[in-house]
Ligand binder design. Structure first.
Ligand code: XMP
Length: 517
């Protein structure tokens, strides 16, 4: 795209669970990088022109029949290579060394003593014993010719190795994980010092470069964007607005299942403060009519998804001559391959406004395709978006409809909105809102008996769902202090008509999910 991508690192993936973390650490060192499968052909690697290559870990053993490998041509390519765990073993195997099963598996923390401060260790303190995280069965028995041991642990005589003349390095431990406290600095030393990249991948530069690119390639074009008020679509809308101004039309659909105050907040901010060309479509009646009598979760999702596309298409037609649709797709959705076995089959089906481009024959504009979520947030801050948007918790497309068990009615929506607003208020007041992944209320229309004053009540139950997560793939319920839970519960029961009992969801994902439907 532009200069900020000129100096880049290629991360070749051998199927490790922590490959994405390697890319994150490289980006944190302000160097651009991409993850590709280890099967990437050498010609493509050359064409990609990386300043350095990092080989990830992986679950296999280099001697297994279907062990993933890489074209050994990368070693003659003249750029530094760093192999991590399996990556180090594959270097050894391909270059004529010997990898063998260790006497015992080494898993967990280990103390690393350094012999040479070169490669990833060029900034490390030679006398300090470094804490590192190990997770391997095989180990290096014999290094390939030209290599010297750079570090050792009690269990691994060759915990790191290097051939300084060819600038090829291997580490047996995982520098990318938080359990290796100096790991980020080691990866930074490799990409900045050894590979000679400049730290130019900043979100300030990214925003500037993206805006400049769009000014060129989208000049005179009409673009539409579905704005949800979530951080991703907000960042997309503001980036494009800065690039093409009035030629961007952002469409915000009130589907009737949004949270309290959301429509006025989003409209006020983006139209009045940011000056966006914003169309707010009040389609609540259509959505709610179609949801009448529907209790099946998948059916709710289907109806909302289809209706959204219909409403959105109708608005786009009114604008006319639109050729582009802007979407907030992020890098984790793009990474084709989490394993060397090829593109992963499932890319989240509920992502954004899936289905639109095919039906409308629109080309996609996805300015955030290269970014991780926290990078997207940083861009948002660069663009002057308020913290209330930038640090927003995820909110599902089908909205409150999948947080009301059973039928979605206006009355139930009102009840849930009020309860949910209290959860948000209290989480923010306690400064917990941004520390957790999501915190919300669920309406369980099961009536239970209560007593208020001298009156017997017979009302619905609200459940609190508050979870910690890093990527929504797994999650655990947050151990929120009792005092906070007590306050939320008492406020909901006292202030929200129709709820006389609050319960706490203490299920992890898996086997439960974050949302209830
Ligand atoms: P689950 O409930 O599957 O949710 O554990 C994982 C994450 O995805 C969000 N989610 C959705 N997001 N459209 C979205 O844009 C949807 O249909 C949808 N369903 C779930 C959920 O809030 C959580 O963060």
């Amino acid at each position: 795209m532009s200069d900020i991508h000129a100096q880049k690192i290629l991360v070749l993936d051998f199927g490790s669970q922590t490959t994405q973390l390697i890319a994150r650490r490289v980006r944190e060192a302000r160097v651009y990088c991409e993850i590709h499968p280890c099967t990437m052909p050498l010609t493509e690697i050359k064409a990609y022109a990386p300043r350095g290559i990092i080989l990830s870990g992986g679950p296999a053993s280099v001697y297994a029949d279907d062990a993933p490998s890489v074209d050994a041509g990368i070693f003659d390519f003249g750029v530094p290579v760093l192999g991590i765990c399996y990556g180090m073993q594959i270097i050894t195997h391909l270059m004529g060394g010997v990898v063998a099963p260790g006497a015992k598996r080494e898993y967990g923390p280990a103390k690393l003593s350094l012999q040479e401060t070169v490669g990833p260790f060029r900034e490390s303190d030679p006398v300090e014993l470094l804490q590192v995280w190990m997770s391997h069965g095989d180990r290096i028995e014999e290094m390939p010719a030209g290599f010297a041991a750079l570090a050792q642990t009690d269990n691994s005589p060759v915990a790191a190795m290097g051939d300084t003349s060819r600038r090829i390095y291997g580490v047996q431990f995982h520098p990318e994980v938080a359990h290796t406290p100096q790991g980020a600095a080691m990866l930074a030393a490799f990409v900045l010092g050894e590979c000679g990249c400049n730290p130019i991948w900043t979100m300030h530069n990214f925003a500037e470069a993206t805006i400049a690119d769009f000014q060129k390639c989208l000049a005179g074009e009409k673009v539409i964007c579905a704005l949800s008020g979530g951080v991703d679509s907000s960042v997309v809308a503001v980036l494009l607005h800065k690039a093409i101004g009035e030629n961007l039309t952002s469409i915000f659909v009130d589907n009737g299942v949004l949270r309290a105050g959301e429509v006025s907040e989003v409209a006020g901010l983006f139209r009045d403060v940011f000056g966006l060309n914003l169309v707010v479509v009040d389609a609540a009646d259509t959505f709610l009519e179609r949801l009448q009598g529907v209790t099946d979760p998948e059916e709710k999702r289907r109806i909302i998804g289809h209706t959204f596309i219909e409403v959105f298409e109708a608005e786009a037609k009114k604008i006319g001559q639109v050729q582009y649709l802007a979407q907030g797709t992020l890098y984790p959705d793009v990474i084709e391959s989490v394993s060397f076995k090829g593109p992963s089959a499932v890319i989240k089906s509920h992502h954004n406004v899936g289905g639109l481009p095919e039906q409308m024959k629109l080309q996609l504009v996805e300015p955030l395709r290269e970014l991780f979520k926290d990078e997207c947030r940083e861009v948002g801050r660069e663009l002057g978006l308020p913290e209330s948007i930038v640090s927003r918790q995820p909110f599902p497309g089908p909205g409150l409809a999948i947080r009301i068990m059973g039928e979605v009615t206006r009355a139930r929506l009102k009840t849930l909105r009020e309860a949910d607003a209290i959860v948000q208020e209290e989480m923010r007041a306690e400064e917990l809102y941004t520390k957790v992944w999501q915190s919300f209320a669920v309406l369980v229309p099961v009536k239970t008996v209560g007593v208020m004053g001298d009156e017997r009540t017979y009302e619905d139950v609200a459940a609190l769902r508050i979870v910690d997560s890093v990527d929504a793939m797994t999650a655990d319920w947050t151990r929120v202090p009792y005092a906070v839970l007590a306050k939320i519960s008492s406020r909901i029961i006292n202030e929200v008509q129709g709820i006389n009992r609050v319960v706490l969801d203490i299920s992890s994902k898996p086997p439960s999910t974050i949302e209830w439907e």
